[in-house]
Design a protein around this ligand. Structure first.
Ligand code: NAP
Length: 459
């Protein structure tokens, strides 16, 4: 029995009449990030007052990737949380925070309670690099590193050592750009961001002067978007550079789609800028293309990255045998993410997501967003994804089955003593974070679960 049980329950019941009437459909959405709330919005639009939606999250705070993944200096992207708040505050939607599906409650139990269970758990785990030396000190995956500077409780204790001078960032996607930019920024450049205080202090004392962004393929194969690349040109103390010889003939750019062409225009501008030795700014951000990491070197902490030059064969990188070592004191692999398995849910190990056919996993069990399709696309991609999965639920289940829904979950949570955090509890956490923000910052996040719970006033 959880010690705080009586203080947390019951969850407020949605303020809609006739909770028990037949025809009301009960949906559990697991995960309160973009995929979760877009799915909740879609269910509301589809069934109006004839649906009750519980949005579960293992953390006491909502919004998943918006809070813990989106870069802290990209506040405009985080603005979508306002839209999700609107959904969360609707009478037929509840936030069921601080409940770990798979351990506090099983998938089978939820399937017994709700007409449909939709997994929107994202892809919070790092994909392994699969090369020697990955376990060395000061080697991190981007889920951990980004989670650290964004205050995700799982990564509060990361404490990366920034006393060395060279960081190697592996990968040519937008997360690699986020990480490079965060490593390069001055304290002042974080004004207006919600980077957490401990990370800001550590970054402020950083001695990193060289950031190498390693791509195993070339400039035409990057997965970086133009706006994010363009930001690198406007940093106070860091300048990006591309080796001109890595760029294909400009004529070849015409074969690229318009977005990719814009990105390559930025790379061409970086190639035309002064080489790091003669650049006016003290931090160099160097793009190293056709460079596949083969091993991380060092005794206890990483001291270097062994890299093999590549050529493209049918678009894929093939090693040439030409190897060199980049001395490095910090390595961050930004090579994509995978979904965390949940007991009882079939998993596609090869692709690192739930085994599904177009979002269908089993009768009454679905997945959406990154846990369905893998970690790709923008936040907005999850909107059609959410609407699509609700159409599938509607097609599979023309009528509600008369399941107990949220009331049944509340009884189970009470019996188990789960310390459920409601949306109004979250609003207290939110207010407390805003109240303790440093000057110019939108909030100072709590970085551990106990602090979050304490802010609800229920501990
Ligand atoms: P991503 O876009 O899939 O990029 C992963 C990068 O890692 C690719 O360049 C890939 O190279 C490389 N890679 C994979 N395995 C590798 C290996 N073993 N060795 C070396 N390189 C390897 O993933 P992401 O950057 O994590 O981003 C995830 C999603 O979030 C993307 O859709 C991204 O656009 C989005 N996002 C958007 C923003 C924004 O809009 N501001 C910010 C962050 C993230 P290959 O191409 O050769 O496989």
């Amino acid at each position: 029995m959880h010690p705080q049980m009586s203080q947390f329950l019951p969850l407020p019941t949605p303020a809609l009449a006739d909770e028990g009437r037949s025809g009301v459909r009960h949906i559990a959405i697991i995960g309160s990030g973009p995929a979760g709330y877009y799915t909740a919005e879609a269910a509301q639009k589809r069934w109006g007052e004839d649906v009750r939606i519980d949005v579960f999250d293992r953390l006491p705070v909502p919004y998943g990737l918006i809070r813990s993944g989106v870069a802290p200096d990209h506040q405009s992207i985080k603005g979508v949380a306002k839209r999700f708040e609107g959904v969360a505050l609707s009478a037929n939607v509840r936030f069921v925070g601080h409940v770990a599906v798979g351990s506090d409650v099983t998938i089978a139990e939820l399937q017994g309670l709700y007409d449909a269970v939709v997994l929107a758990t994202g892809a919070p785990q790092d994909r392994p690099l699969g090369i020697p030396g990955e376990a060395l000190g000061n080697v991190y995956g981007s889920a951990a590193f980004v989670g650290w500077y964004n205050g995700h409780p799982n990564f509060t204790a990361l404490a990366p050592n920034l006393a060395g001078t060279t960081a190697v960032v592996i990968g040519n996607g937008n997360v690699a750009l986020d990480v490079a930019r965060i490593l390069a920024k001055t304290r002042d450049e974080f004004n207006g961001s919600d980077i957490v205080g401990p990370a800001l202090d550590l970054l402020d004392a950083s001695r990193i002067a060289r950031i190498v962004i390693l791509g195993r393929r070339g400039p035409h194969q990057i997965a970086m978007t133009p706006k994010e690349l363009g930001e690198l040109a406007h940093l106070n103390r860091a300048a990006p550079h591309v080796a001109p010889e890595d760029l294909p003939d400009e004529a070849a750019d015409t074969a690229l789609d318009p977005g990719q062409r814009k990105s390559v225009v930025h790379l061409r501008a970086f190639a035309a800028s002064p080489a790091p030795e003669s650049a006016a700014k003290p931090i160099a951000i160097e793009f190293d293309f056709f460079a596949a990491p083969r091993a991380l070197l060092g005794e206890t902490a990483v001291t270097g990255v062994e890299v093999e030059r590549t050529v493209l064969v049918d678009g894929q990188p093939v090693g040439t045998g030409d190897k060199h070592v980049i001395p490095a004191s910090l390595v961050i692999a930004c090579i994509g993410y995978q979904t965390s398995p949940i007991p009882g849910v079939p998993f596609d190990d090869r692709n690192g997501r739930f085994a599904n056919e177009d979002g269908r996993i089993a009768e009454g069990l679905y997945c959406v967003g990154w846990s369905r399709r893998g970690p790709s696309g923008t936040i907005g991609t999850n909107r059609p994804d959410g609407f699509g999965i609700i159409e599938k639920v509607a097609a599979d289940q023309p009528a509600a089955a008369g399941k107990p829904g949220g009331g049944g979950f509340d009884a189970l949570a009470a019996a188990r003593g789960l310390a459920v955090v409601t949306f109004s509890d979250w609003q207290k956490i939110d207010a407390a974070e805003i109240a303790r923000a440093r000057d110019g910052a939108p909030r100072e996040k709590f970085v551990d679960v106990a602090e979050m719970i304490a802010a609800t006033g229920k501990d």
